[in-house]
Design a protein around this ligand. Structure first.
Ligand code: DAH
Length: 361
């Protein structure tokens, strides 16, 4: 039997449900549940009226009608308020937190170092040349005046390829004997091989730098990686002197490390240069007074150089005595370690972004 309590309970039930309705979908569900034509709960109440006692029928009917009207009105009112608070089309909520910007890519510190070196020399009119990383014994050693018993040619130091390869050698016509076809093949141990590649194809005047990867049979440690990078330099002409070499190297190191850098040349030995020198730059961290970076000496060894040995000119077929020239070679990793004060060369090759992000790009 339906009575006033049922109506009051239904009313309370509706109010509670309305309180948590927050979307138009919720409102539609409420409308179906209470007013649906087949199973709506208010509709059901009308159905039970027929069985109500005649003396209360009229009053109950009035109350149910009132509840129905109340529900319809409440649902309409709530729909209107939801619509009013809906953001207009194209609305941008400026209070939302921003999206974090995508990380900006940077150049690798070794690339930055190489490009700094290249930019100095290209400004001075040098050409940048590129060449093979797989080499033959002749370009890497023999033509550079390194005899068969030279320690660099030892299996312990050089990575040899399993089988020799032959490469078509396009020399300047008729100027030199090509290497025998079966010479040992290897991964170049220094970019000095590029001196030979270039000179066998070009007549002086020559002004080049050759940056690139080189390989040695070294185990990984704080100062060694089996692959690293060098920049080779070569200048050849009719009256190139040791004074030109010194001036060039001093100017270069002052460009790289600053105007106040002092440069010292110390006699050294390389088979492909005579005389040869090791070059030291005053430590740019302490300015030459001595610190941990320069091991308290005030100076840091930065490159090797010298005047091209006549045996090298002979190997590439230049006429005896016509040309002189100088060459130099430096390690990019080494310069980067010194420039940035990095203590372990392996960091450069581990691709750890926490390391790489610390460098200017
Ligand atoms: N090739 C030498 C090395 O790998 C560096 C070098 C020294 C290059 C003297 C030169 C040079 O051209 O003249 O350590």
């Amino acid at each position: 039997m339906t009575d006033a309590t049922d109506i009051a309970r239904l009313h309370a039930d509706f109010e509670a449900s309305l309180a948590v309705a927050s979307s138009e979908g919720d409102l539609q569900a409420l409308r179906d549940r209470f007013l649906g034509r087949k199973q709506g709960r208010v509709t059901d109440l009308f159905g039970t009226l027929a069985k109500a006692a005649p003396e209360i029928k009229r009053e109950l009917g009035r109350q149910i009608n009132e509840l129905k009207a109340h529900i319809e009105q409440a649902l309409d009112a709530r729909r209107a308020s939801i619509e009013a608070s809906r953001p207009p089309a194209g609305f941008v909520d400026v209070t939302l937190p921003g999206r974090p910007p995508a990380p900006v890519a940077r150049r690798h510190p070794l690339t930055v170092m190489r490009e700094r070196i290249e930019s100095v020399f290209t400004r001075w009119g040098y050409e940048i040349v590129d060449g093979p990383e797989t080499e033959d014994d002749w370009h890497c050693f023999e033509a550079l005046n390194m005899p068969a018993e030279h320690p660099a040619r030892d299996m312990q130091d050089t990575l040899y390829l399993e089988r020799p390869f032959t490469r078509g050698v396009a020399g300047r016509p008729g100027t030199r004997t090509p290497p025998p076809a079966d010479v040992a093949s290897l991964l170049r141990t220094h970019t000095s091989a590029m001196q030979i590649h270039y000179m066998t194809r070009h007549e002086p005047p020559i002004r080049i730098i050759a940056p690139g990867r080189v390989y040695r049979r070294d185990n990984l440690d704080v100062t060694h990686t089996p692959m690293f990078q060098q920049v080779e330099g070569l200048v050849v002409g009719e009256r190139v002197t040791m004074g030109d070499l010194k001036g060039t190297i001093v100017a270069f190191l002052q460009e790289l490390f600053g105007e106040k850098t002092r440069v010292v040349f110390r006699p050294s030995f390389f088979p492909y240069t005579e005389p040869s020198a090791d070059v030291f730059a005053s430590c740019h961290k302490c300015g030459g007074s001595g610190c941990a970076m320069c091991k308290r000496t005030g100076f840091i060894e930065v490159l090797g150089c010298g005047m091209v040995h006549p045996a090298v000119f002979e190997a590439v077929g230049y006429p005896k005595g016509r040309y002189t020239g100088f060459a130099f070679g430096m390690g990019i990793e080494r310069l980067a370690l010194l420039t940035y004060g990095v203590d372990d060369i392996r960091h450069f090759y581990e691709n750890d972004l926490r390391f790489l992000e610390q460098f200017p790009s």
